[in-house]
Write a protein that binds this ligand. Structure first.
Ligand SMILES: N[C@@H](CCC(=O)N[C@@H](CS)C(=O)NCC(=O)O)C(=O)O
Length: 211
């Protein structure tokens, strides 16, 4: 059985949305990040990185949102979540690499986890502020790239689309007025919400898209 270790609304949501899109059976196991469950010996034995998501599939233990989504898409080709055309496939990976690195590991972490960038608490405020600027630049680019597109890589739905929803929700958690600032991205989120698989996974996590 395939099992996803996740935290509600965390980046693991992208893997969960993709799992639900495949239509295959799976189990969920919540990891309570607030209580530090990701740092317990039991969890670190499975994932030494101490983060979610973690996918367990038979003998396979897999971390990193992009790797998990690509694995699931390849395992369930009928779900058509990864384009076959080399250029579109590369465009998908371009999106995922950028979201995981520049947007998540840099800008979002600067805002929510400034202690990763400097030990001195006096510097944390400035790091978070810079993160907000970096995030707005990234979000502006997302808005621009979604303009005139039904989905992130054009007309074909792909694993990039659910991944974008993670950041859209985080925008609200950072008190950005996503509807006002990002109308194209909001329309994209609404299109996602019209998909039964997306609503089902959100419901399982006990979360919505909008506050
Ligand atoms: N590069 C990883 C990032 C994973 C990550 O940072 N996950 C966060 C949740 S969004 C986490 O587990 N944080 C717990 C912690 O930092 O203690 C990926 O893309 O999967």
């Amino acid at each position: 059985m395939t099992k996803l270790y996740y935290a509600p609304g965390a980046c693991s949501l992208a893997a969960h949305l993709v799992l639900e899109e495949t239509g295959a059976p799976y189990e969920l196991e919540v990891v309570n990040l607030r209580d530090g469950q990701q740092h317990t010996a039991a969890y670190r034995a499975l994932n030494p990185k101490g983060r979610v998501p973690l996918l367990e599939d038979g003998e396979l233990l897999l971390t990193e949102v992009t790797a998990i989504m690509v694995y699931l898409a390849c395992k369930h080709p009928d779900a058509a979540l990864l384009p076959e055309n080399p250029q579109t496939l590369a465009r998908c990976l371009e999106w995922c690499s950028w979201l995981a690195s520049s947007v998540h590991a840099a800008a979002v972490a600067q805002i929510w986890r400034p202690q990763r960038f400097a030990d001195d608490p006096a510097l944390h405020g400035a790091i978070s502020e810079k993160g907000k600027t970096n995030l707005r630049e990234s979000f502006d680019l997302i808005e621009k790239r979604l303009t005139g597109c039904h989905w992130a890589v054009g007309s074909q739905y792909s694993l990039v689309d659910p991944y974008l929803l993670v950041f859209y929700r985080w925008g609200y958690r950072m008190e950005l007025d996503m509807r006002a600032h990002y109308p194209q991205w909001t329309a994209h989120a609404e299109r996602l919400y019209s998909r039964a698989a997306i609503r089902q996974a959100l419901e399982q996590e006990g979360i919505g898209i909008w506050p």
